[in-house]
Ligand binder design. Structure first.
Ligand code: GTP
Ligand code: MG
Length: 203
């Protein structure tokens, strides 16, 4: 079976529920600390260079951004539309406190109000143990009864040894033995087809 995204388009940006897209489609959400690689992952998954704007400086994405994507599943050919939803990062110390508060509020509103969320991809940097803000967000997602997939980003930055070690630490920090963690690299495509499988299964 081959699964790929054959089309992707920016739809809209929102900071409140009245601005969510009119067309109702299943949503796959990407959440994580600023600079962890949420927007880059959306680009790599859709095979687009600049669909979602990325930056070396944290705090790039400042609104809830909806991208409509078409998944093609073969054989027999089947097409499924859904949204990839990019969120502002949390835990970015340099942005103003007011800004952080506003972002946290509309992210929480979105996670609480949207009825279309299939699952939440929570991204953590594979090089570091999850921070308090990550554990807090994880708890928050579980409390809302949303399915969550942990994605360990920037896997290209570690050797095979370091990476096994770090994945174990990450799993332990989240405190759930059976928690699947998907290593991902937007640079070399690792994890790409696994994530497409999970998305296809959820739709
Ligand atoms: P905010 O929008 O600020 O919350 O950040 P973000 O989570 O969307 O991160 P973004 O995708 O903008 O990436 C941040 C930086 O990390 C950029 O310089 C990317 O090139 C880099 N980056 C993202 N993913 C990877 C990856 O898989 N491997 C490597 N080596 N670098 C990555
Ligand atoms: Mg971003």
């Amino acid at each position: 079976m081959e699964i790929k995204i054959i089309k992707s388009d920016y739809v809209t940006s929102a900071v409140r529920s009245s601005q969510y897209p009119e067309e109702i489609l299943p949503e796959i959400v990407f959440i994580g600390r600023s600079n962890v690689g949420k927007s880059s992952l959306i680009n790599s998954l859709t095979n687009r260079k600049n669909l979602a704007r990325t930056s070396q400086t944290p705090g790039k994405t400042q609104t809830i951004n909806f991208y409509k994507a078409t998944l093609k599943i073969t054989e027999p050919p089947e097409f499924k539309n859904f949204y990839l939803v990019d969120l502002p990062g949390y835990g970015y110390a340099k942005t103003s406190k007011t800004n952080r508060g506003i972002w946290a509020k509309f992210i929480d509103e979105y996670l609480s109000k949207s009825l279309q969320i299939k699952f939440v991809c929570q991204l953590v940097d594979i090089r570091h143990p999850p921070q308090d803000s990550d554990l807090q967000m994880f708890k928050n997602i579980l409390e809302k009864n949303l399915p969550v997939l942990i994605i360990a980003t920037k896997s290209d930055k570690l050797s095979k040894n370091e990476r096994a070690k770090n994945l174990a630490v990450i799993k332990k920090s989240f405190g759930i033995d059976e928690l699947p963690i998907l290593p991902y690299s937007s640079k070399n495509g690792e994890g790409n087809s696994d994530l497409l499988d999970v998305i296809a299964d959820s739709l």
